[in-house]
Design a protein around this ligand. Structure first.
Ligand SMILES: Cc1ncc(COP(=O)(O)O)c(C=O)c1O
Length: 352
């Protein structure tokens, strides 16, 4: 019953067999190998246009380096107050952007709205040197609360960013979970909706260490090679990141693993609700935040469920946990089994 995080899961079989397949022989280093070139081209097919793709090791690096390429002197990056870039990356975005400031915007469901974004950016008027300047906007898809921006919501945020002539970045640590949840194409969820750069996460969905920064206008990526090398993220054996992506994309494995993870999350949510619990936010990807009695939470953890208490901020009074209740996070993955879900719900039933 391990629901601690999708990064506690191992690597998917398709990814591991691709790594094994490419493990022997010699190939040029630093991304100059044919496998990296071939896998990079497959991103063009996935996104239905020519894109510039750069592999990195972590989601934090993908986010910080993408934002670095959009940085300005005195720049401000607008994001949700509870976003990973704002609270979980040890100031890496600020560091890599040479001190661009992150402006955290509150918003229900861990989403920012166009109105709140426009208002926050209006506090940085063009030409007022004291305040600095608007540099970029960043959203997480799926969000840190397990919700998913609709395509229309992304389009509206892109329009707000455009109104200040700045690019829109998407933190896609759980990109595929959001994608299969919406049932749209990768192009529709990104550049067609106005996204300029994407942190394409694959680690959480079955790779062991594979993230990519994707620029939808390759012109915008001109200096990225330098940011990546300077940031220590140009792999010498880059072909092994490429190999992971090759396995990930093979036979649509990446879509299947995300569909499985999302289905497990939904099944858990439905089971918890049927036992009188509730979730803090809608369950739209592979994370859920149940609210149950503290005694039930304690029974679950005593039975070995790996779950963590979570601060349930911004909830309406009728959803927020009461004094004897607790909100906790559960994350599902390709490795979550029917048995895990069944055991969890049976334990909760006994604790009810
Ligand atoms: C929304 C989000 N963005 C980015 C990341 C990237 O994190 P890491 O640098 O640990 O790969 C995570 C990981 O938890 C995340 O949840």
């Amino acid at each position: 019953m391990n629901f601690a995080s999708d990064n506690w899961a191992g690597a998917a079989p398709a990814v591991m067999s691709a790594l094994a397949r490419h493990s022997s022989g010699f190939a040029p280093g630093y991304g100059a190998d044919p496998l990296t070139a071939g896998v990079s081209r497959s991103f063009n097919d996935i996104f239905e246009r020519e894109v510039a793709v750069y592999f990195v090791a972590t989601g934090t690096a993908a986010n910080a380096l993408a934002l670095a390429s959009f940085a300005k002197p005195g720049g401000a990056v607008f994001c949700h107050r509870d976003s990973h870039i704002n609270i979980d990356e040890c100031n890496c975005p600020e560091f890599m952007t040479s001190g661009n400031k992150l402006v955290g915007i509150p918003g229900a469901d861990c989403k920012i709205t166009p109105a709140a974004l426009t208002e926050a950016m209006s506090r940085f008027p063009d030409g007022v040197v004291m305040h600095g300047q608007v540099a970029s906007v960043s959203i997480s898809q799926a969000t840190e609360s397990g919700t998913v921006y609709t395509v229309a919501e992304i389009e509206a945020l892109a329009e707000a960013a455009r109104s200040r002539s700045v690019p829109l970045h998407m933190d896609g640590a759980r990109f595929t979970n959001a994608l299969v949840s919406l049932g749209c194409t990768p192009a529709e969820m990104t550049w067609k909706a106005g996204v300029d750069a994407l942190s394409f996460g694959a680690t959480k969905n079955g790779c062991w260490c594979a993230e990519a920064v994707v620029f939808f206008d390759p012109e915008r990526a001109r200096d990225f090679e330098y940011f990546r090398k300077r940031g220590g993220h140009l792999f010498s054996k880059s072909r092994f990141v490429a190999a992971q992506f090759e396995g990930y994309f093979e036979n649509e494995s990446w879509l299947d693993t995300a569909r499985h993870a999302n289905a497990m999350a939904l099944r858990l949510a439905e089971g918890i609700r049927s036992l009188g619990g509730r979730t803090a936010w809608a369950v739209e990807a592979n994370e859920l935040f149940p609210i149950v009695k503290r005694s039930q939470f304690e029974t679950l953890t005593a039975a070995g469920a790996k779950i963590y208490e979570w601060p349930a901020s911004d909830l309406s009074d009728n959803v927020a946990p009461a004094d004897d209740e607790v909100c906790f996070r559960m994350v599902t993955s390709f490795a979550t089994t029917d048995e895990d879900v069944k055991t969890f719900l049976e334990t909760l039933t006994q604790a009810s």
